[in-house]
Write a protein that binds this ligand. Structure first.
Ligand SMILES: Cc1cc2nc3c(=O)[nH]c(=O)nc-3n(C[C@H](O)[C@H](O)[C@H](O)COP(=O)(O)OP(=O)(O)OC[C@H]3O[C@@H](n4cnc5c(N)ncnc54)[C@H](O)[C@@H]3O)c2cc1C
Length: 306
């Protein structure tokens, strides 16, 4: 398969990239970027297959791979900021990022295969907004955000408003996602990421990311989960009421109330890989597994004074 024809731009700076992406000025019939609808090319792991299958036909590709200022990974006590050119592999390998926000590494282990992770970017995965992808669910669960820039300025888009529908991020024409921010965990908080895929590296039939926060007496004070492949956008559920007070040291029970709560709220579709009923069942099973693992992790972290 061959992609439809497109103009190709390879800027070397962010201002050049934003100028190349800028949409046509009203009434001029042309634009600073060279005409038509522009699309960012990052790792190409999702966009190139879409082009080759002719499911996307942008008139202009703006390849950001030479824009060195976007190749950043900043870790502070507040969280992890991932620049638009940071590849999955680099972020997954970073011990500093894993120490501040362990869910990133946990989720990235399930994203595709090493070859794809060497090239694909974290921000590209968010901008692609696939409801079956791991990282959108993680960003949504953590209440992270995406920083978008255009020739007109910058804005921060909270995760809760970033995923509008399948493959539909809240980016406007001419906007480039320059970075994504994954906040650090509160004290005594553990995380887990579990998923079921037909083969390791495939997109998940269902996946669940969870955070569990303990109180000083090691009882569950808060529990949340982010779901992939159960709706058109990542779904976040507050499971606190279904788990609150559970004694973490004894394993917190069977988590059946939380699993039932999740089963009632997910809205999966049937496709060639799994029926909606099976996905709903998996959402319950994986909710229990994720909560159990996140609780064990929270106990470990509390024991280490984190
Ligand atoms: C065999 C295979 C298996 C895979 N399995 C998984 C999986 O299990 N889980 C998973 O999550 N992903 C999976 N992927 C997708 C992979 O993770 C991609 O890398 C990722 O989805 C997109 O990142 P990218 O940098 O390659 O983006 P690209 O393919 O370059 O772009 C994807 C989309 O995002 C837009 N975009 C990219 N960067 C920006 C930006 N900075 N600003 C604005 N728009 C931008 C592009 O215009 C395009 O619309 C798989 C891919 C392959 C080929």
């Amino acid at each position: 398969m061959k992609p439809p024809p497109f103009a190709y731009r390879a800027p070397r700076t962010l201002p050049e990239a934003l100028a190349a992406l800028a949409p046509a000025a009203p009434g001029t019939g042309s634009d600073t970027g060279g005409g038509g609808v522009g699309k960012v090319l990052a790792g190409g792991q999702s966009l190139i297959p879409l082009l080759n299958m002719r499911l996307a036909a942008p008139e202009r590709l703006v390849d950001i791979n030479r824009v060195a200022e976007l190749d950043t990974l900043e870790v502070t006590g507040a969280g992890v900021r991932v620049g638009a050119l940071a590849r999955h592999a680099r972020v997954g390998r970073s011990a500093e990022a894993a120490a501040v926000q362990p869910l990133l590494r946990r989720a990235l282990a399930h994203v595709a295969h090493p070859v794809v992770r060497n090239r694909g970017t974290v921000v590209g995965s968010l901008a692609h907004a696939d409801p079956s992808a791991e990282l959108p669910a993680v960003l949504a669960l953590l209440d992270g955000s995406v920083e978008a820039a255009s020739a007109a300025g910058r804005r921060t888009i909270p995760a809760g408003g970033f995923f509008l529908g399948p493959l539909e991020p809240a980016l406007l024409p001419g906007e480039l996602a320059v970075s994504a921010f994954f906040p650090a965990l509160p004290p005594r908080t553990g995380t887990a990421f579990v998923e079921i895929a037909r083969r390791h590296g495939d997109y998940a039939l269902v996946g669940v990311a969870a955070t569990v926060t303990l109180d000083a007496g090691l009882r569950v004070a808060a529990a949340r989960a982010g779901y992939l492949s159960v709706a058109g956008v990542p779904l976040v559920l507050d499971l606190t009421a279904a788990c609150a007070g559970a004694d973490a040291v004894s394993g917190g029970g069977d988590w059946e109330d939380a699993a039932a709560y999740a089963r009632e709220r997910v809205d999966p579709e049937s496709d060639i890989h799994a029926s909606a009923d099976y996905r709903r069942h998996l959402a319950g099973v994986l909710t229990g597994r994720a909560l159990r693992a996140a609780t064990a992790d929270a106990i470990d972290r509390a024991g280490e004074g984190r």
